[in-house]
Design a binder for this molecule. Structure first.
Ligand code: FES
Ligand code: FES
Length: 198
């Protein structure tokens, strides 16, 4: 046994485990973070994907000793129920999850993609999500959801830039008043996808 203090979703979490314990087991069994899923356990399906230093990692095959020094982000660290990340909102709006089992991995890899490529094309999205298996065949909706989230994030970036460019020192608006700044308002509900209609 060895003791590891992991940085998970911005918080230090100490566990005593064997050094070769897969990160996924620690997240789910010790830290009660059940967003990452156990699918194949062989780094083949992507359901267990988390970010380590902003890069997608298949946590079912990542020994804790190899990732202990990194910043670990799980889907629980992206948003909350009250304040979802744009990707989470987009997946809901586009009905991109049917059973939802692949959703965690798709969202985490999409997050890594949008961090480095704010305006991805179809090919780039498919490339980033290649290797994530979806047995429900939600692939087209997932691609649409990533485009939707990218658009929302770009709009939020433009609003942030406008605030920085035109606001007085110290800022103005909700932030200056000490109010919580909702950078990305909830997306409006979208109409059902065509293929879902009877
Ligand atoms: S459970 Fe890790 S890739 Fe399938
Ligand atoms: S939505 Fe079911 S596996 Fe992808």
């Amino acid at each position: 046994m060895a003791s590891f203090t992991l940085r998970v979703n911005g918080e230090p979490r100490t566990v005593s485990v064997e050094p070769d314990t897969p990160l996924l087991y620690i997240l789910r069994n010790d830290l009660e973070l059940n967003g990452p899923k156990f699918g194949c356990g062989l780094a083949q399906c992507g359901a267990c994907t988390v970010l380590v230093d902003d890069k997608p990692v298949r946590s079912c095959m990542a020994a804790v000793s190899t990732v202990a020094k990194g910043r670990i982000t799980t889907i629980e660290g992206l948003g909350t129920v009250d304040r979802l990340h744009p990707l989470q909102r987009a997946f809901i709006a586009e009905q991109a999850c049917q059973c939802g089992f692949c959703g965690n991995g798709m969202v985490m890899s999409a997050k890594a993609l949008l961090d480095r490529t704010p305006r991805p094309n179809d090919r780039q999205i498919k490339q980033a999500l290649n290797g994530h298996l979806c047995r429900c065949a939600s692939h087209n909706r997932i691609v649409r959801a990533v485009h939707r989230a990218a658009e929302e994030l770009r709009a939020a970036g433009r609003r942030g830039a406008a605030v920085r460019a035109t606001g007085p020192p110290g800022g103005w608006g909700p932030q200056a008043r000490g109010e919580r700044y909702e950078q990305t308002p909830p997306a409006e509900a979208s109409p059902p996808n065509k293929e879902m209609r009877p």
